[in-house]
Design a protein around this ligand. Structure first.
Ligand code: ADP
Ligand code: MG
Length: 615
């Protein structure tokens, strides 16, 4: 029998390895930025074109490489950062696996110009699909200037998997933030298609966070510092009251390496738990400085996951550190006239008033019964969206009462009376626990979940608006400023068309700011920013869903945000409005989460209960 097994050529092996390390332009950006940091640079510049698809360039003023190293660095497992397995537990650098540059060179056209400060002359090397095209001495500044052109030029499948330029740019910005945020002593800049996205000068951690996320972060941050024998936690958290409004920017670093750690995330959340509403996120930027032998970073190719030798201990210290920071802030004499609702909430003496309830404010011209009719709905009770059928629900009462009413004799009178009676009957809504709307229907008692029902109504309403070209907008009396992080600004740009259909009139100002000139007709001015921020969050959360649909997702965000909350007292008129609008919906009895908006408790059940003998 002949032999089949052969060793793969390096170029193929590198391409396979590249699949793990370089998934998209942002992964290449991460690797280059980390290399520049490892090279001890004090200035790092990132230049990209077309979301990194055609060009990624990183220029640093770090240690540079000799001519031989410039060639060596593209070999697989070539690294200057470790030389033995023990070194794995003494790593203080970002890289150590020696596979990033080899991977990149396997799937792109790469040019590097590099020179150690002490050398007169540098070297320039061109490599493409793992093949060295040229290497020659050149004039260049000290440090390294690495250019990646046409990423995935020889892996069309990968290229086809890339998302829109906006989406890929967002990934790049995120990677940039993850490196730059925790290196405040290094000046960073980022340029996309010849426009500056970031220009960050050297400074402290706080000014770096502000530089990345906007000047409004100045007042949002609380310092955290905790030192034990094993580790030091240092950084900032967002004040609890700001957690309500935006998703926190959540960043953990271990020895200045960005990591994801759900367990530690839980520790921080726990420390915040009673201070912020359940559906909001605290911000944090926290670095854990720890002896490398206490951790294992080598568990994931992109090195964003790590194991702690004693995770429980780190958890406890983390939680204590955050709690202490919040505690010091809460106890400071800021409690004067206007008590911080978050603190009141924590003390448990605030009866729900801290959270502002969007009022029910449905388009007044929106007549549910003038809608084009569509199919009836499924389920064990069927509502049709015609006036007549809706009245069917009440027929029983009508006939009972009319039998005893002897003064009505003409048919015409009777019908008029019926209208009147129905009007009256219809207004007989009763709210239970400020949460359920009940109404008397022919077969029993209808119980409507006010929140779910209103969500359904708003969802269909906004979805229709998004599909139509209608731009129901109200001018803002006082146009509001919206300052966003570059990533979030990118999302707003991506959603701009859809937001316009909803009624948002946004005008870009500066790099990542917008002026809100108009908002959806249904929104209160005060809620304009909050709802936009939640839309951004929701967009981020669902972006990866298989069935992601921008309109559906936006309509859902608006509905979830604006629907009247359980526990809100409703006026008779408001209950009637919910009732009417609900039955004008295409799927009145299905809540957005798939459960039911309403139920009917059959009359028989009442009779059954009442027949039981009293014991
Ligand atoms: P790793 O960072 O894991 O060592 P890389 O493939 O990213 O692996 O880089 C290989 C080697 O190339 C590094 O160990 C380093 O010695 C050298 N190198 C890479 N980028 C730079 C740079 N910007 N400046 C100086 N040396 C660099
Ligand atoms: Mg590296």
């Amino acid at each position: 029998m002949s032999n089949y097994i052969k060793l793969l050529p390096d170029s193929v092996a590198n391409q396979i390895a590249a699949g793990e390390v370089i998934q998209r332009p942002a992964s290449a950006v991460k690797e280059l930025l980390e290399n520049a940091v490892d090279a001890g640079a004090s200035e790092i510049e990132l230049i990209i074109k077309d979301a990194g698809k055609t060009l990624i360039q990183v220029i640093d003023n770090g240690c540079g490489m000799s001519a031989i190293d410039a060639r060596m660095c593209f070999e697989r497992h070539a690294t200057s950062k470790i030389s033995s397995a023990e070194d794995l537990f003494a790593i203080r650098t970002m890289g150590f696996r020696g596979e990033a540059l080899a991977s990149i060179a396997a799937i792109a056209q790469v040019e590097v110009k590099t020179k150690p400060a002490e050398d007169e002359i540098g070297s320039c090397l061109n490599i493409e699909g793992s093949k060295v095209i040229s290497q020659e001495p050149c004039q260049c500044s000290s440090g390294t200037n690495l250019i990646i052109k046409n990423l995935f030029f020889n892996v069309p499948a990968r290229r086809n998997f890339l998302k829109s330029n906006t989406a890929e740019t967002r990934h790049i910005i995120e990677e940039f933030i993850r490196v730059a945020a925790i290196q405040p002593t290094v000046a960073f800049s980022m340029i996309h298609n010849n426009k500056a996205v970031f220009k960050l000068s050297k400074g402290g951690l706080k000014s770096r966070i502000v530089g990345l996320f906007g000047t409004n972060y100045n007042e949002k941050l609380l310092p955290v510092e905790q030192k034990t024998e094993i580790l030091t936690i240092k950084g900032f958290i967002g004040k609890p009251e700001y957690a309500k409004k935006t998703r926190g920017e959540q960043y953990f670093f271990v020895n200045k390496r960005f990591i994801k750690h759900p367990y530690l995330h839980h520790a921080v959340n726990n420390a915040f738990s009673e201070l912020i509403p359940v559906d909001s996120f605290p911000s944090y930027f926290l670095n854990i400085d720890i002896d490398p032998k206490e951790i294992d970073i080598n568990i994931h190719p992109t090195k964003t996951e790590i194991n702690f030798r004693d995770a429980k201990y780190v958890y406890a210290i983390m939680q204590a550190a955050v709690k202490q920071s919040i505690g010091q802030y809460s106890l400071s004499p800021t409690i004067d006239f206007d008590v911080d609702p978050a603190i009141e909430l924590a003390l448990g003496n605030l009866p729900k008033k801290g959270v502002s309830q969007p009022k029910i404010n449905i388009d007044p011209d929106y007549n549910p019964f003038k809608q084009p009719q569509s199919k009836g709905s499924a389920g064990d009770f069927t509502f049709k969206k015609e006036n007549r059928d809706w009245k069917e629900l009440y027929k029983h009462h009508e006939s009972v009462e009319h039998r005893t009413d002897e003064s009505d004799d003409t048919k015409h009178r009777q019908e008029n009376d019926l209208e009147l009676h129905l009007e009256k009957e219809r207004s007989k809504f009763f709210q239970i626990q400020n949460t359920f709307i009940t109404s008397n229907v022919r077969s029993g008692l209808m119980v409507i979940d006010q929140h779910k029902a209103h969500e359904r109504i708003l969802y269909e309403y906004f979805l229709k608006k998004l599909k139509d070209e209608s731009h129901g907008s109200q001018q803002m009396l006082f146009p509001q400023n919206l300052r966003l992080s570059p990533g979030d600004a990118e999302i707003i740009r991506e959603l701009k068309e859809n937001l316009l259909k909803l009624g948002y009139m946004l005008e870009p100002v500066g790099k990542n700011g917008f002026v809100i000139n108009g908002i959806p007709a249904d929104l209160k001015e005060n809620d304009s920013v909050v709802v936009l921020e939640r839309i951004i969050e929701n967009h981020k959360k669902h972006l990866k869903d298989v069935n992601y649909d921008k309109s559906v997702n936006l309509a859902r965000s608006m509905a979830v945000n604006l629907a009247v909350k359980p526990g809100t007292k409703l006026q008779e008129k408001e209950m009637a409005e919910i009732f009417d609008s609900l039955f004008a919906c295409n799927a009145p009895e299905t809540a957005l989460d798939g459960s039911r908006t309403l139920a009917i408790i059959p009359l028989n059940d009442f009779e059954h209960y009442l027949k039981e003998k009293k014991k």
